[in-house]
Write a new protein. Structure first.
Lengths: 810, 810
């Protein structure tokens, strides 16, 4: 059987070729496996085509077909084939296995497995194991009110939809970290393999500890084609592909062919070889208590795209070509000959031999599957919320800055919060990880290394002793790939644990699409009754737009908030704590929450502190509020409202308020700060939104509001659409103006500096008339002088850098 | 010299180890090269630290230092070293070389080269080759009003900033496509190598034709460390790394060490080996006219991070560790001992031997560099706008649909536009390429294959004859990586050519950050006088949110427009042509434009056509306008304005208008369509914006406006902020509600279907009072019936699917 693997053309498919030799299966087992495979393929076609006559007991007619034919056939066979072979080993070795379907649009393949092993009918009793159930099972697929054509949240055992490609391996690794007994069998599409995120995620083995973590067993499916193109990895030499995978740190085993009997033998012996090696590596590391990085086994499975379809239809290739990608024969509704081809094809799977007269899978096939939670699609890891243990969180108040003088105390809120995170790590050693793309220390979070270092399974050098903070047993995950960090975190959360991603603000856009997809996943989970809620995805964004003195324009983009704000209000939360104690309060809140994407924006530098812990908790609980100590409108209507959201923005808005109060003491200024961005929306549109009544009590009905915002100003306009007095709202924020600027210069370019804000206030308060013209001029001159000094010295003037609130506390 | 490469620890640096043996340099050359290297390193430190006393003729004092020390040192040496060695070969073989700096934050390294070869002073005469010029040259770096610490647009010869990491190789490949005589020497950072986009871009060789295209010569710089972590590729075995690069299709040569004399020999012999191989492969392919994919040569350069810095400062590692990443000694302003260390270090480069008493590089060193345009930083490809030839574009009017019956004719506008694109390809064979992630055929653009097939340098199979459309000489670039497609296109454009990316709407978010960075690049180019304008980056988005019947929720995200709208008005343009002729007009306009990012959103399915070619051109020229044929308010103020933007949205808004006109003939309805999204903004904020006067003439002052928008509705609110009658504007759009829905169901979920729009109109026109209650109920019942039918059949009712405008043309 086993000849040299690596033959090229589809026409050379046939007898199996594989790296490992052996024929572990007896004829009877092969007969049953063939039957199971036929059952699976039959179900796949049923899902794609049928709404009635599920077992084809009557001749196939138009009325049995769905009106619109939608779905993917191309990768179904390879995925089914892989899944069913794992079943044999689950039973033999009592394995715990999760299946991640990289090419998620091969959902029929895996949904058919779930149905065959009985899980689907247990989860959805109306899709029972009988003719009626099968009819509903077929009809619901890619049908209104039904399920999608990917491994959507409705799919039992799925934590990975595969709608957007590229994240299968990083999700899989996330699922096995701190899950030492789990093997995540991961089908990697050869199309998906061309994406950047997938291409780098093969390196995840450098961050996997064989003692504490489980194993990922990738099956790279050389299906050969994408939608309309060959795949790169299927069109390079066998040696080149081997070399690539070895270079990535894996030990690839090849299984190639299309002849079923020999393919069963090849897959059985190869998969068992891989499982055995995994167990050996784990045993060695665990018994010797010496973590190491083995060359983990993996499989390259080369089968024809659309395997088991007709090779040709009307002289054009189907099996083994890209035409098999979606609906394999598209015109069955209008072409009677093709309807006949479909019927003949489906009948060739011999459904009458596989399902009894009630439409129930026959007993001898049922016995091929494991039972209970050992069934892949019943693995509770696939519904990770079930396994979720709440974090053991220390009292964040204990970490707060004491004796805050509002506007005077200068401290580093991020570095301080790191002490809290350190203890969260320490108290949840197998249940929480911190993720980040090589920025954790730069982001002032290095205190966490005291509880858990950076996981590193690459080589160690002498130099690492000089502050390397590397360890195989670390709790911090750092690779310079936002995609991989995010994917790991998603996998870790979806399998029932907790985590936090920290990242530079400008480059969080790298994972816009991943966060979008995660939002969509957890929103849909809300509609799936049996899905238990998972921990929130927490994203801490720092190194923000306002402090990019030398990195300049490329590092200035606070627009991730706009992307997040487009997602469902059920799912997204955005916080911009103005100082250290509010940051602690927000972080505690986010770590306790479930099923959200929480975005926290906070600068990492030292800043003026505003609120003591009690005030911080009260402020965060309200989400926004008037800062009385900074306002002088007590008991009256103000002349103007100065509002802010974001730490640097708050600092400048407060400095502007001080200038106004000093130079124009008769002016009544109210100062408002917003922590929870979605408080600004109407309560009709977001659970955190507030009523117009509350809005008026804070922002007034008609007084000018100058709102200094951290991000692009238009987001505030959008959130406050139709608010009372909306026309009095003047938002300042980042307007895409920047270069190599000092913080003050950058603020000035965007009209967010204290002088610009104060001058704008003077222009807007009509009651001041011309009386304030002199003050305005004074402000203008001070602004120019400050700019000039910054420009000459390359650093902001002392009175700008170390500005403090000039008024005594009440 | 050449011992086994692959030694691990920094402490094992020293004598060079390399794959190729040989000592091509004589002692005199080595002496000069060492001097050049010292000059380069001296200039780097000068940029990081000094604002005065550039040649250290006086003892170094605090007042000579910049007030804030910013910039990167870590990768400067390796980049300088590589650049200078290429100079030798440029002179020897008369090469044309472009340098792409992956780790762009090593800008001092390459800026120093540009200064040493005289280009910098030619481009910026105030930074002349003398003491005064050097002083300014130092001070401007990372200084307000100066230049950034990456290879920003101000950098002569740069087309790649390297602010956001990951795109060096794809940019480099873009630059050499159709540039047969160019070698793009590409420094790939080992940190950057961990990003997804970089990890997959190594595969670009499968799309490079050695006859028509030039060559990319990557130098993977194993610098060893990122900001605070080791790099993955520097911590795997030599064999594994070799295997990885061979697997990617390359032939890696190693050069490793820190001893300068032997490193010069090793780099000289290795680089020459690579250049020779490149030329041999090209010669073979060109002489035989047989394109093939050689294993292209590349270099792995392992040198210590911060090479030539002190190994230790105060007992902590500097050279060869991550502490050398940014400013190598940070506290020189406050620690006199460290100031002395810096001075000693700088003086060890012996500036007095390198620059004469005027501060000019001595003649014998000047002679090491090539001259004129052969100097890397003077290569005109680095200022690609200079080389740009306008496209030869056929008259798009010739491709238009003739005899359009507004609202009746049904055609496929995308497939039709493909005929225009086909001829653009045909008439610009070396000057235009079409890019896309395996979706060109799915997007109905396959007509272009008649002019140029898909470039494919992977293996060919028999099957490809059955409609594979692959060719080494293709003009269409398809890999399943939006990152790589975008990177190639950016490189192609920035080096002076033209192109178009086509992509599914939902997954265009994958490249949010890349498009952001490109916007920032071209905006900054506007401020750099010597930069000639380049072709616009054209992005055609299709497979849009409203037609995702089976892909469902994951494929519904029109929010890319929000990301783009945050960028500078000088740079971004967004078009949503409502039909086929407007699509042609918009495409023609975009292909002719320069220095923009043009985003075009259009569905790929067949749709009702609205405008004949003259009307389409007029409509696109105005950017928005009233469609008189659909309105019945001629000569009067309307009761309501129905507005739309986007093809599907226009279709439903028009159907709603028809329902209103049929059921409530007394109602005066005005129909407005928007093609050019930025027409909605005030002229103050965007060059395409319009005045309030014009706004009023179209949208009225106070009449209700129902605006049916393609994307998230909030974008319209943001764009129309403070418009007259803003409170009368009711925007409908995608509200993140979707599943496996028919188009009608999906529209209903988001209140954008014809019935919802018509009912909203009735609710808003107060003059109707209760008289329209019956009509409203009728609409509601028709809506329910349509939904019910769609739900039962899995397909929308015939009268919804094939709806046509019921009124005769004027």
């Amino acid at each position: 059987m086993a000849s040299k693997a690596g033959q090229k053309s589809i026409s050379a498919y046939g007898e199996a070729r594989s790296t490992v030799e052996g024929k572990p299966l007896d004829a009877e087992t092969i007969r049953k496996m063939n039957a199971w495979f036929r059952a699976s393929m039959y179900l796949c076609l049923g899902m794609l085509y049928l709404r009635d006559n599920p077992l084809l007991k009557e001749p196939l007619k138009l009325e049995h077909l769905k009106a619109r034919l939608l779905g993917h056939w191309g990768s179904d066979a390879g995925q089914s084939f892989t899944w069913m072979h794992m079943n044999r080993l689950i039973k033999k070795y009592d394995l715990k296995v999760l299946f991640v379907s990289g090419p998620g649009h091969g959902a029929p393949g895996i949904i058919s497995q779930s149905y065959l092993e009985g899980v689907y009918s247990e989860v959805y009793p109306d899709k029972g194991e009988d003719t009626e159930g099968m009819t509903k099972f077929f009809k619901q697929f890619s049908f209104p009110g039904g399920i999608g054509s990917h491994a959507t949240p409705e799919t039992p055992g799925s934590i990975h939809e595969g709608g957007e490609l590229g994240y299968s391996l990083s999700h899989a690794f996330g699922s096995v970290f701190d899950n030492p007994n789990l093997i995540t069998l991961t089908m990697v599409g050869d199309g998906e393999s061309e994406t950047g995120p997938l291409a780098t995620s093969w390196h995840s083995t450098k961050f996997l500890n064989p003692i504490n973590d489980g194993a990922v067993l990738p099956v790279l499916h050389l299906n050969g084609y994408k939608i309309n193109n060959p795949t790169v990895l299927a069109r390079i030499s066998h040696d080149e592909l081997t070399s690539l995978l070895v270079g990535y740190g894996w030990k690839p085993y090849f299984v190639e062919g299309s002849d079923l009997d020999s393919m069963h033998q090849a897959m059985a012996v190869t998969l068992e070889q891989c499982v055995t090696e995994i167990k050996e590596h784990q045993k060695k590391a665990r018994e010797t208590k010496t973590p190491f990085r083995p060359r983990w086994p993996m499989i390259v499975l080369r089968t024809p795209k659309g395997w088991s379809a007709p090779r040709e239809v009307d002289g054009h290739l189907l099996e083994g070509f890209w035409r098999a990608h979606q609906i394999p024969i598209t015109d069955v509704r209008t072409n009677p000959a093709h309807l006949k081809v479909l019927e003949t094809w489906m009948k060739a799977y011999k459904p009458e031999e596989l399902f009894d007269k009630n439409g129930t899978l026959i007993q001898e096939l049922k016995e091929l599957a494991p039972t209970g939670k050992s069934r892949i699609s019943a693995n509770p890891v696939g519904n990770g919320g079930l396994l979720r243990r709440p974090l053991d969180i220390p009292d964040f108040r204990e970490y707060g800055f004491k004796d805050i003088d509002p506007g005077l105390t200068i401290k580093g809120g991020m570095a301080n919060m790191a002490r809290f995170l350190r203890d969260v790590v320490a108290q949840n050693m197998n249940n929480f990880r911190l993720f980040g793309p090589d920025e954790t220390e730069s982001n002032k979070l290095s205190e966490v290394y005291k509880a858990g270092k950076k996981v590193w399974m690459g080589d160690y050098f002498e130099e690492d002793k000089d502050g390397g903070n590397l360890s195989p047993d670390g709790r911090v995950m750092e690779i310079l790939s936002e995609h991989t960090c995010e994917g790991w975190l998603e996998g870790y959360i979806l399998s029932g644990r907790h985590g936090l991603l920290n990242s530079y603000e400008p480059f969080i856009h790298v994972i816009d699409s991943m966060v979008n997809q995660h939002c969509k996943w957890i929103e849909k989970c809300l509609e799936v009754e049996w899905r238990a809620r998972v921990s929130s995805l927490n994203i801490l964004i720092t190194a923000t737009v306002w402090r990019q003195d030398h990195n300049g324009f490329t590092h200035q983009d606070p627009g991730f908030l706009d992307v997040v704000a487009n997602k469902s209000p059920e799912v997204v939360r955005i916080y911009l704590p103005p100082d250290g104690n509010t940051l602690l309060s927000v972080m505690d809140h986010c770590l306790r929450s479930v099923n959200y994407v929480n975005v926290i924006v906070a600068d990492k530098q030292e800043h003026i502190q505003f609120l003591d812990m009690d005030a911080a908790v009260a402020h965060c609980t309200k989400g926004l509020g008037i800062w009385d100590w900074a306002s002088n409108d007590q008991g009256t209507e103000p002349d103007i409202v100065m509002a802010s959201c974001g730490d640097v923005s708050t600092h400048e808005a407060l400095a502007a308020t001080a200038l106004l109060r000093e130079y124009l003491p008769q002016l009544k200024v109210r100062f408002v700060n917003v922590v929870d961005l979605f408080r600004l929306i109407s309560a009709i549109h977001h659970p955190h939104g507030m009523s117009d009544k509350r809005w008026k009590s804070i922002f007034t009905i008609d007084k000018p509001i100058i709102f200094n915002f951290h991000s692009y100003p238009w987001l505030i306009h959008r959130l406050t659409y139709k608010r009372p007095g909306q026309h009095s709202l003047h938002v300042r924020g980042y307007k895409e103006k920047g270069n190599i600027d000092t913080p003050f210069e950058l603020a000035m370019r965007n009209d967010t500096d204290r002088y610009s804000l104060a001058m704008a206030a003077i222009d807007l308060v009509q009651s001041l008339g011309n009386s304030a013209a002199g003050v305005r001029e004074k402000l203008y001159n001070e602004q120019l002088a400050a700019k000039s000094e910054a420009f000459d010295n390359g650093v902001d003037p002392e009175h700008i850098r170390n500005w403090k609130w000039p008024f005594p506390k009440e």
